[in-house]
Ligand binder design. Structure first.
Ligand SMILES: Nc1ncnc2c1ncn2[C@@H]1O[C@H](COP(=O)(O)OP(=O)(O)OP(=O)(O)O)[C@@H](O)[C@H]1O
Length: 247
């Protein structure tokens, strides 16, 4: 279990997040939703140990009940932008996390190469990020995230640049992969369909200052998550978000 306790994040001009607490089980997907600017990305960056200069934070991160000081090898982070290195090929970018973790170039390549087809990236191995579409770059970044061995994945809108069909394909791939190799995923998304169809639990953040205002288990098992079955939950989430943006 990964936990945040009493997190406060401040900029020089204001409180961005106050008294934020959340826990992330070692299995399943927890979605983090909230109005734009409420601090979702800042929370992930803090937990990944890369809060930008200009923001100041206080709070505790706990892994299995023990305090940790991010960054931590159990925590893998995928930022909102694809953050691919322009001077590396797509294959090198995809293998980068494994290289940083100490694998040889050859072993890292052997791990990522079989996944290029599943990610719709066949033939892009020797290309550079600038030669790919935004959606392809986002898939390459997601591939880089998914091959890393950390127990917890923090992913910030990983499917936002994908067309509808590719998005569904990647979501299915994620669910299948987690069923084979359970890990804890914290998924930031603006898409209520994505949150309700993928997540086991949904955390709603309010704003000014950012804090968790609702922690909602999704009680419907995945095969039964039809549009009709999820409509009520989506409506509840929509109302919560509307209240926050209007208040
Ligand atoms: N480096 C920084 N310096 C000062 N303020 C910052 C910095 N980074 C973010 N902020 C401010 O912190 C607030 C929260 O930003 P953050 O990106 O965490 O929100 P978010 O909920 O992820 O937004 P979105 O959904 O639009 O991605 C915003 O008001 C933003 O302007």
């Amino acid at each position: 279990m990964l936990e945040i306790r009493g997190l406060a994040i401040r900029s020089p001009s204001r409180d961005i997040v106050t008294e934020l607490a959340l826990h992330l089980p070692g299995q399943g997907i927890t979605a983090l939703i909230g109005p734009s600017g409420c601090g979702k990305s800042s929370v992930l960056k803090w937990l990944a140990g890369i809060l930008p200069q200009g923001l100041d934070a206080q709070g505790a991160a706990m892994l299995d009940g023990e305090p940790i000081s991010p960054p931590h090898p159990a925590i893998i982070y995928q930022p909102q932008n694809d953050a691919l290195f322009p001077w590396l090929t797509i294959a090198e970018n995809a293998a980068l996390g494994l290289r940083v973790a100490g694998l040889s170039a050859r072993t890292a390549h052997e791990r990522v190469a079989p996944l290029f087809a599943a990610f719709g990236l066949s033939g892009t191995e020797k290309q550079f990020p600038a030669e790919l579409s935004g959606g392809m770059r986002q898939r390459a970044a997601f591939l880089r995230t998914m091959v890393q061995p950390g127990r917890f994945l923090l992913v910030d809108e990983p499917f936002s640049a994908l067309d509808a069909v590719t998005r569904l394909r990647m979501q299915d791939w994620l669910v299948a992969r987690l069923a084979e190799h359970p890990r804890g995923v914290l998924l930031v998304t603006h898409d209520l369909h994505e949150a309700t169809s993928l997540a086991d639990r949904i955390l709603v953040m309010g704003m000014r200052p950012g804090r968790v205002i609702a922690d909602i288990a999704v009680p419907i098992r995945r095969p039964a998550r039809t549009e009709t079955a999820l409509a009520g939950l989506r409506d509840t989430l929509k109302q919560l978000l509307l209240q926050e943006t209007l208040s």
